[in-house]
Design a binder for this molecule. Structure first.
Ligand SMILES: C[S@@+](CC[C@H](N)C(=O)[O-])C[C@H]1O[C@@H](n2cnc3c(N)ncnc32)[C@H](O)[C@@H]1O
Length: 263
């Protein structure tokens, strides 16, 4: 991959600055989902998958890397009563996050210049990176970021990654304009990068893509009206069990949950 350490953050923010203007969850999940059902579903599913993994680290201080508009930062703060430091490379995302969550939020939103994450070493219980690391094309830049994250974590603290991934070999996705959009790394690539930064892999699990979930499939077949997504959030729980038992349909683009422990 390209190896211009720390250049990704600045170069890649224009796309994310534009996305920050989209309403609801479209800026950070699927921008094409105007009706909002898929994004609603995905948001619920991710929180269900992440919650037990976060809980085991007793999160009081959390770092949310690539926080976007603070979708998960605010949820973690509320759910666990945690202090959350949320960082993102896009100025527009950080502005939108501050606007959405207000100044009394227990989350501090910070613009990250892609160079160095300052802060007291060892004070963080969990670092979260959801749909974020794939936006960093260069392995060298990611390695630097992971070294910073490791420095901030307490020994035994966790790094939770939820991202698009590929099996066997990585897959690079381009934006419609032809620029870099996303790198679907393999679980093995992530393992190597994290181990080199001082982490041990605990969990690597494929999570079915939203279009494989029961709710989305039923909706696409006209069996489930859109409003059922709002009225029946417990169905997402059922779906999690269903999704957990299915193999991803696409080997070059599936969602992956990784849990690493700082050694
Ligand atoms: C798909 S959004 C996900 C946001 C959030 N984690 C969520 O799941 O709601 C990806 C985010 O990563 C941010 N990002 C891209 N490159 C980054 C980098 N090098 N450092 C920090 N954030 C970055 C983008 O600005 C964008 O807000």
């Amino acid at each position: 991959m390209s190896s211009s350490p720390r250049s990704d953050a600045a170069a890649g923010t224009r796309l994310w600055d534009d996305r920050a203007a989209l309403e609801s969850l479209r800026g950070v999940l699927d921008p094409a989902d105007r009706a909002g059902y898929k994004n609603f579903y995905l948001d619920r599913l991710q929180k269900l998958v992440l919650e037990p993994e976060l809980r085991r680290f007793r999160p009081e201080a959390v770092l949310d890397v690539g926080c976007g508009v603070g979708r998960l930062s605010a949820w973690v703060a509320e759910r666990f009563g945690a202090r959350v430091r949320a960082v993102d490379a896009s100025p527009a995302m950080i502005e939108a996050a501050r606007r959405r969550h207000g100044s009394s939020s227990p989350v501090s939103f910070e613009l990250f210049d892609g160079r160095r994450l300052g802060g007291e070493p060892g004070g963080v219980d969990v670092a979260l990176a959801v749909y974020a690391l794939g936006a960093i094309e260069s392995d060298a830049a990611l390695a630097d970021l992971l070294a910073d994250v490791r420095r901030l974590l307490r020994p035994g603290g966790g790094a939770l990654v939820y991202d698009h991934a590929a099996e066997g070999r990585e897959k690079l996705l381009r934006s419609p304009e032809g620029g870099f959009y996303w790198l679907n790394r393999t679980p093995e690539q992530y393992r190597r990068l994290f181990e080199a930064a001082g982490f041990r892999l605990e969990v690597a699990r494929a999570v079915a893509a939203p279009q494989q979930g029961l709710m989305i499939r039923a909706h696409h077949r006209g069996l489930l009206p859109g409003r059922a997504f709002v009225l029946l959030p417990w169905l997402v729980r059922l779906d999690r069990l269903y999704a957990a038992r299915r193999r991803p349909r696409r080997r070059d683009d599936f969602d992956l949950l990784l849990v690493f422990v700082a050694t």
